[in-house]
Design a protein around this ligand. Structure first.
Ligand SMILES: *Cc1c(COP(=O)(O)O)cnc(C)c1O
Length: 371
């Protein structure tokens, strides 16, 4: 089975991990944590980086660090991973879901303004599958209404908006180093910021909000979101190849686009648009079936699986998630684009170990299934 994604690991990861284990610094202190935080934040032109144990934790911590009043509203796309909404709910905040654009699959910014109320305090921006969000438009709204922008660039490590790297836009920018991301630590996440007070707060909150002077007296409710030096060692080895990973992802994306364009021109599928101001790293290469084909994603994914190709469905829209229905803030709404994306969209094998032959194989099998 051709996997949808697999990490790309070399001898360097092994060497760094061995070094950590031999040194005894296997817990949440150590030089690899500090070095990763410094180098990853510098790569994004940010002053501070705070490593945590997952991308989900990074988002939860980011919203906690902003200290928003209970019941504040946070605007976010419906078409994304549940982590984004969890970060609101776990902090006593209300997620407000917005539909996607037809072409980029990112949150439709033209629908954001009408969702703003007196309670709106933040927007979570997500660069879906690597395609950057139009940040100028986001900032126009955020400034007009004085709301924070939290950036989730877990799918857009290496992507650029108008020549500026994703991860450099939020008051706090969050990412993940899960195994299928552009660089991995197995599990891991980070918050980037330029604000020293926020950085200190994030550092305190990830470590149970200990205060140095009075070790076991706590003035705030913290979390144990610490990461280990072992994970950071894997991460640093990966980071030292980050440009190679980014370039490979872009090559995979461009190769798929070239081979799949005829299917798009024939009206069988739609590809994610790439705006002229966007540089996408194509974290995952998604396709959307034409709804008139009479086939949905589930059927095509099954047919591909029978041909030895693993795929993944698109996100199930957050505004439909059963887990949210019991909350008093839950509203029944219809967000047709994100619903369509779920029904007809899925992503193809996109891992760093793909080569031209494998990509050709995927495209040929897809053609066979869609005939
Ligand atoms: C992967 C991902 C996350 C969650 O990261 P974990 O490390 O798996 O918790 C959050 N946001 C987005 C957009 C992601 O793609």
């Amino acid at each position: 089975m051709l996997p949808v994604s697999e990490p790309y690991i070399t001898q360097r990861e092994v060497d760094y991990v061995v070094e950590v284990v031999r040194s005894g610094w296997i817990s949440s202190e150590g030089k690899f944590i500090r070095e990763f935080e410094e180098r990853f934040s510098a790569f994004h032109n940010r002053k501070f980086g705070v490593l945590v144990n997952s991308g989900t934790s990074a988002l939860i911590l980011a919203l906690r660090a902003l200290d928003l009043p209970a019941g504040s509203e946070v605007i976010l796309p419906s078409f994304t991973i549940i982590s984004c909404a969890l970060s609101c709910v776990y902090n006593g905040l209300v997620p407000v879901f917005v539909d996607s654009e037809e072409d980029t699959w990112n949150m439709d910014i033209s629908q954001v303004e009408r969702q703003i109320t007196d309670k709106t305090k933040a927007i979570i921006v997500v660069h879906t599958y690597g395609h950057p969000v139009d940040m100028d438009k986001i900032y126009e709204i955020a400034q007009k209404y004085s709301i924070y922008v939290i950036e989730d660039f877990a799918e857009a490590i290496g992507s650029e908006y108008k020549g500026r790297r994703c991860g450099s836009f939020g008051i706090i920018s969050c990412s993940s180093f899960y195994a299928n991301k552009v660089i991995t630590m197995g599990e891991g996440g980070i918050c980037l910021t330029d604000d020293k007070r926020i950085a200190e707060k994030l550092m305190s909150l990830r470590n149970l909000a200990f205060v140095p002077e009075k070790r076991f007296i706590h003035y705030e409710l913290g979390f144990n979101f610490r990461i280990t030096n072992v994970q950071a060692a894997i991460g640093l080895a990966q980071f030292e190849r980050i440009s190679e990973h980014i370039n490979k992802k872009i090559w995979i994306g461009k190769t798929y686009t070239k081979l799949l364009k005829p299917l798009e021109d024939a009206g069988l599928i739609k590809l994610q648009a790439e705006k002229e101001w966007a540089k996408s790293t194509f974290w995952m290469y998604g396709i959307l079936l034409n709804s008139e084909l009479g086939l949905d994603a589930e059927q095509v994914m099954k047919a591909l699986s029978e041909r030895g190709i693993q795929t993944r469905p698109f996100f199930y829209p957050l505004h439909l998630q059963p887990a949210f229905r019991k909350f008093s803030w839950y509203k029944v709404v219809s967000l047709p684009i994100s619903e369509k994306l779920y029904k007809y969209g899925f992503y193809l094998p996109s891992g760093l170990t793909l080569d031209e032959e494998k990509i050709n194989f995927v495209v040929e099998k897809l053609k066979e299934v869609l005939k």
